[in-house]
Design a protein around this ligand. Structure first.
Ligand code: PGA
Ligand code: ZN
Length: 410
């Protein structure tokens, strides 16, 4: 593919903080990607920028386009060799995604189609056959939406807030569009039950001063109402993000002041899964404690609860392999900028599929209007997408998925 230019600049994310945008120009147009930013970042994520944002921008601007020779997904390894350690995870993700968008266009394909084509074993690129194949093998992810917030992402009310970071609804509609609508309905109902407290946090989730359990009671009531009154299904999940309140071997709960050691935290997480029939539990233990994750899976087996690694695994193939060896998780969060390389993102998803582990592609708390992760979700066949529910930067990813589904149903 002939590239005319590669540019980079800083743009503002939803928290009004600077992030990188990379632009790849070809005869077919300009292809842009901007990177998101986390707040409760994992200790084992790659750095966002090698030294700083300005340094990465300068490096990318100086890349000689003649040195870039890329024709397919696997050629990203040439790019990774070329840039080496001169840029961080945010910049590498934005650069690789823009190159893939340009390549997809060059091949007359949408980004998700291009990824499906490059990751499928057969080289059946004849258009009509390819289109039929995509329709047959296509899987839409289920949306996971942040509804009520606590922890690091929230300010709370009068200084009080739940300790868990995200209270999540996971709709189970017949189509992606129906799931999108169910999550929206669940979000509004939860807002009403909270007493119309109108403040929302970084991710568009409602703020509250309620305790973890009080919020879970509300989530449960919404789930029941949606089942009984609308004949639709929604599951409940939690991102505990427990590394953010772990210190000196204790989990420090502030809302109802208590400190739990490792064993008590396992018992508490297990009790919540059983009491509230939880479908999804992310980072219930701090990011080094592979063993407690495994004990929770053992304690709750037969309950079908996803025990999910985010800070534990940081989209890192080696950490993921360790989690598999230790039977720590049965689902993994995939955040492209945690690792930067889309080759490694692909590798993580392949490892997951081989080991029967569910995949959740995810936004970050600081987001832009970029919708790349929607295409990655379909392209890589992820089981879930975590994007939030409320706010333009969240909706734009969900709307892209609705558009993809519509196209594929025609
Ligand atoms: P982050 O948090 O984007 O602020 O890192 C999201 C999460 O923990 O899932
Ligand atoms: Zn998380």
């Amino acid at each position: 593919m002939k590239i005319n230019k590669i540019g980079a600049k800083s743009v503002l994310d939803s928290r009004k903080q600077k992030t990188i945008q990379v632009i790849v120009g070809t005869d077919k147009g300009d292809f842009k990607t901007s990177a998101p930013a986390g707040k409760s970042t994992g200790q084992y994520e790659v750095k966002s920028y090698a030294e700083n944002l300005a340094g990465d921008i300068e490096f990318i601007k100086k890349i000689d386009v003649k040195e870039i020779n890329i024709e397919n997904f696997e050629d990203l390894n040439k790019i990774e060799k070329l840039v080496g350690k001169n840029i961080g995870g945010n910049s590498l993700f934005a650069l690789e995604a823009s190159l893939l968008k340009a390549l997809a266009k060059e091949n007359g394909k949408e980004l998700y189609e291009f990824i499906i084509q490059t990751s499928s074993e057969s080289s059946d690129s004849e258009d009509s056959k390819f289109a039929a194949k995509i329709k047959k093998t296509l899987k839409m992810p289920r949306p996971i939406g942040n509804t009520i917030g606590g922890g690091l992402h929230s300010k709370g009310k009068g200084g009080k807030k739940p300790d868990f970071q995200e209270f999540l609804f996971i709709a189970n509609g017949k189509t992606f569009k129906e799931s999108f609508e169910i999550n929206n309905k669940a979000y509004s109902l939860a807002g009403k039950l909270l007493g119309f407290f109108k403040k929302r946090n970084d991710e568009g989730a409602f703020e509250t001063d309620k305790t973890n359990e009080e919020v879970l009671e509300i989530m449960e009531k919404v789930k029941r109402d949606i089942h009984d009154k609308c004949n639709q299904e929604v599951d409940i999940g939690l991102d505990v993000a427990s590394s953010s309140f772990y210190s000196d071997s204790r989990y420090l709960y502030k809302n109802i002041s208590k400190e739990l050691g490792r064993n008590d935290q396992i018992a508490y997480m297990s009790k919540i899964i059983k009491r509230y029939n939880m479908f999804y539990m992310e980072d219930p233990f701090e990011e080094n404690d592979f063993r407690s994750f495994a004990e929770l899976i053992y304690e709750t087996k037969g309950r079908n609860c996803l025990v999910v690694g985010d800070d534990l695994t940081t989209t890192n193939p080696e950490r993921f392999e360790k989690a598999i060896r230790m039977r720590s998780i049965n689902a993994i969060i995939v955040k492209p900028n945690q690792i930067g390389s889309l080759l490694k993102v692909k590798q993580v998803i392949e490892i997951a599929k081989k080991n029967n582990i569910k995949t959740i592609i995810s936004h970050r708390s600081g987001e832009t209007m970029d919708n790349t992760i929607a295409d990655l979700a379909v392209g890589f066949g992820c089981d879930f997408i975590k994007t939030g529910i409320y706010g333009k930067v969240r909706e734009v990813k969900l709307k892209r998925l609705i558009a993809i589904e519509k196209k594929l149903r025609r």
